[in-house]
Design a protein around this ligand. Structure first.
Ligand SMILES: [Fe+2]
Length: 876
């Protein structure tokens, strides 16, 4: 009997892996050649693709650009799109600073099997790849390096691809090998690129001396160098392409007449200059997100696009003492590439170390067990404050924003609220794929993965929520119309992308949220996520403020131009307040009504949504500085639905956390008058793309009282609003230094601290480049502390008799208007002695309760009086 295939030959802990990436032993028949060129070193590497099953994802050791354009097929790597500069980075090796030699080699051929000269394109290496920022991940998107390759007409080149000189003649072979060596020689490196046939015989070679600093950084395979003209390219095209190549090396859509598709195999890297970085692997468990609410822990594991022969499930294991108990095993969603766990009766009182486990399968029968580890923190119910990071709008220009993320890690927020635009369409380069839908899903995932790679060290050990906004669904703006498809223009409403694609976005970002209030899918089967989350005794309403919103075009008076941009200075906002229009939708409003009454497990409340419920900025767009009389993308519109929502939210004295604006601001809503409703924080963008400003002096409808930017104003839709703090970015941000540029544009970090004992909310806001651990480095005007009661800042007209409550140290008080039966407000009293206030004369019913124990008592017929009234004793 033959020996059974070995299982689980190796275990790898990805979180703090000391393991060396798979397949490091150089076993190729070309070993003697490699050894002749450079002495073998600890950094030697050879790709293990020949034992990998077919799939899109190339393995933990690689990052492919763009993800959807590469496949593992038959044990080889294959480019699936004949387009410029498709490339693959090896993550686990890099050329270090040492003045030592290195070699990299790869076998290749045309994906269609034809001879190398029977088509177009170019193939080869990019070495010494570095981005403008030091983190190796920055180079995967923005890296530049030294190109060296072969064109389909047999020309080898080192440096600008347009300089290729014919050398090898016609290549009537279907397979060859490229080998690049670098040898230090004085102050430079002698680079030699050699073309070999399948027997290892040299066909052609070129050499060039390059500065030493060009040989420090990442190693990349390239399919179609930018700037290479194929056999049919004209002189002009070649010139243009060479110019493009001189200015850019990766991610560029360079003019290129010579595009082909190639396969690659046996990629080797060796030499004493090569550094091993096993800790840089990415996947197969990319990252995790979790929430803990009401005793239910939900966690999503994010995976890459695996193949049909790969394992289909992920296990969640929880550590108790020294043993790991499997808490669940879930199937990987075929489109979202997620496995989501829902574990009721979670042990909320202890920090629970967990690991996600996945077996990576090889065609030779091996299985490697990979782990992603973290901790589900205990629910901090007894900690006096809870901090929420308000994170939004990351165009990833400074990907992976490592100093920023480290800064946030030091602040150590209790909850991460990703309030939208987790990436933009441009993130990661290579444009946007909208069809076919399967490629579009992978195109989305690669951008989402960059978000996850940015934040995974924080998401692994604290709860996070993620609210998909417009750019998350590949739209500049979104009026979701309940999940409907876009029919004409974006401004006429609906989603541009296919429903199953939208659900990949919603599933990856929100499947780990607490169960939605309404699980019934919206139009086209669009998933729901809005609902409650209670953590650390703060009750959050997680809203979907784009999913149901009505569209402007066809509903409001025509703008004469873009359907969402009203530029007429004489615009009367009342004409846009059309009856029947939706902001949150009836069902989501019903949720809010129930949520403001429900104080189980909660001391304070906050709403989290994508954007604030006022039209705040006046000025839009870099360069154009366009003053908009009204912007229907803001949630100041539709007014009636907006007012309903704001009137509901204030009943719970709820603070509002949002993002979206790209201009950090703390504003207080007004409904009937200034400061009569909640305070809302539009947190700063992580990396501002499109800038906006608040310039009330240029916008007469805001009714500025003076040159200041804070104080009482009127927004575009006629709502009173009060600016408590704002930071306008520079009109002319300093270009050159990517980090300074983002700081100038008012990128930054926002944090909200709920103090449950003092019933205060402290809002903090730092510039992008500040030290977030220091208070005095915040943006001008911050920090600001408000009292919880200010969130319903309506004028108090009288007080009901004081209540002396027995049976609960911090009872919940509901005040109802007896005439209408409506809830006036509800809150958690800070002590057993509470004197309810009211905003109008009348008779009131007061319910006093301890909702967690189910005890309650009611007092009816109470009336406000300006005089002292005799306290009423209430036992619950
Ligand atoms: Fe944004």
């Amino acid at each position: 009997m033959a020996n059974p295939a070995p299982r689980l030959t190796r275990r790898r802990f990805l979180s703090n892996s000391a393991a060396i990436a798979a397949g490091v032993v150089v076993t190729s028949r070309l070993t003697p050649i490699l050894q002749a060129a450079t002495a073998p070193g600890a950094g030697d590497f050879v790709s293990n693709w020949k034992s990998c099953p077919d799939r899109v994802w190339l393995g933990p050791e690689y990052w492919s650009n763009p993800l959807q354009d590469w496949r593992l097929v038959g044990g080889r790597l294959e480019c699936t799109n004949a387009a410029p500069d498709r490339n693959v980075h090896v993550l686990v090796r890099a050329l270090g600073e040492k003045a030592e030699s290195f070699t990299t080699a790869v076998r290749f051929g045309r994906a269609d099997g034809a001879s190398l000269s029977a088509g177009k394109g170019s193939v080869g290496f990019r070495v010494g790849v570095r981005g403008p920022l030091p983190d190796f991940r920055n180079a995967l998107v923005f890296g530049r390096g030294l190109d060296a390759g072969l064109t389909s007409d047999g020309a080898l080149f080192i440096g600008a691809a347009g300089t290729a000189k014919p050398a090898a003649g016609r290549l009537d072979v279907s397979e060859a090998e490229l080998r690049l060596t670098g040898v230090p020689a004085g102050g430079v490196y002698r680079i030699t690129l050699t073309l070999l046939d399948v027997r290892g015989a040299e066909l052609a070679a070129v050499a060039k001396d390059v500065p030493r600093e060009q040989c420090v950084g990442g190693l990349v395979l390239v399919n179609n160098f930018p700037g290479v003209s194929g056999p049919v390219a004209g002189k002009a095209a070649a010139k243009k392409a060479a110019k493009a190549a001189a200015t850019t090396t990766s991610g560029a859509g360079a003019v290129n007449a010579g595009l082909g598709r190639f396969w690659f195999a046996d990629w080797r890297v060796s030499g004493a200059k090569v550094e091993a970085h096993p800790e840089r692997t990415f996947g197969p468990l990319f990252f995790s997100q979790y929430t803990l609410s009401g005793g239910i822990m939900k966690m999503t594991a994010q995976l890459p696009p695996i193949g049909p022969k790969d394992a289909r499930t992920v296990r969640l294991q929880v550590q108790t003492g020294s043993s790991w108990r499997t808490a669940g095993e879930e199937r990987i969603h075929p489109e979202a590439r997620t496995a989501t766990f829902r574990i009721p009766n979670w042990e909320v009182g202890r920090d629970a170390p967990y690991r996600l486990a996945y077996n990576l399968t090889y065609t030779d029968g091996r299985q490697e067990e990979h782990f992603w580890t973290g901790t589900v923190r205990r629910d901090p119910v007894d900690v006096p404050t809870l901090s929420v990071a308000d994170i939004s709008c990351n165009i990833h220009e400074a990907f992976p924003n490592a100093p920023y993320v480290q800064n946030v890690a030091k602040v150590n927020p209790d909850v991460l609220a990703f309030t939208g635009d987790q990436f933009y369409e441009s993130t990661g380069g290579f444009g946007v794929i909208r069809t076919p839908v399967d490629a579009a899903m992978i195109d989305y995932l690669r951008k989402w993965y960059l978000h996850g790679w940015t934040w995974r060290e924080l998401m692994r050990d604290r709860p996070s929520i993620s609210l998909p906004d417009d750019h998350d669904v590949y739209q500049g703006n979104l009026w979701g119309e309940g999940g409907a498809a876009k029919t004409t223009t974006q401004e006429a409403g609906g989603y541009d992308m296919a429903a199953e694609w939208v659900n990949v976005v919603y599933r990856t970002q929100t499947a780990h949220h607490p169960d939605p209030y309404d699980p019934t899918p919206a139009k086209r089967g669009t998933l729901q996520y809005y609902g409650p989350l209670t953590y650390g005794r703060i009750s959050f309403a997680v809203l979907a403020d784009r999913q149901y919103k009505s569209a402007p075009e066809g509903n409001v008076p025509p703008t004469g131009g873009r359907g969402d941009h009203e530029t007429n200075p004489n615009f009367d906002p009342k004409t846009a307040d059309v009856p029947g229009l939706t902001l949150l939708g009836a069902k989501q409003e019903e949720f809010l009504e129930k949520w403001v009454e429900d104080w189980r497990g909660a001391d304070m409340k906050a709403v989290i949504s994508q954007t604030i419920f006022s039209a705040f900025p006046t000025t839009h767009g870099r360069g154009e500085s366009m003053i908009l009389r009204a912007d229907y993308d803001t949630n100041g519109w539709p007014q009636t639905a907006r007012n309903r929502a704001v009137r509901t939210i204030r009943k719970a004295f709820a603070f509002h956390i949002a993002g979206d604006q790209h201009i950090p601001g703390l504003v207080q809503y007004g409904v009937d008058e200034h400061r009569d409703a909640s305070v809302a924080f539009a947190g700063p963008a992580v990396n501002v793309g499109y800038p906006r400003w608040f310039e009330p002096l240029l916008a007469p409808w805001t009714k500025p009282n003076g040159p200041g930017l804070t104080g009482d104003f009127t927004d575009s839709f006629g709502h009173p609003f009060t600016v408590l703090a704002v930071k306008n970015g520079a009109k002319e941000p300093r270009a050159g230094d990517a980090m300074q540029f983002l700081d100038d544009k008012a990128s930054g970090f926002g944090l909200v601290r709920f103090d449950k004992q003092r019933q205060t909310i402290r809002v903090e806001c730092w510039p992008f480049l500040a030290d977030f651990t220091k208070t005095d480095t915040q943006m001008p005007g911050w920090p600001i502390e408000i009292k919880m009661l200010e969130n319903y800042g309506r004028k108090v007209t009288g007080h009901l008799p004081s209540l002396t409550i027995r049976g609960a140290a911090k009872p919940v008080i509901h005040v109802y208007d007896e005439a209408t039966g409506e809830l006036v407000y509800a809150l958690r009293a800070a002590s057993p002695n509470f004197r309810p206030h009211v905003f109008a004369p009348g008779k009131y019913r007061v319910r006093v309760s301890d909702p967690d124990r189910g005890n309650a008592s009611e007092v009816r017929g109470l009336q406000p009086s300006v005089d002292d009234q005799k306290p009423i004793a209430v036992s619950i």
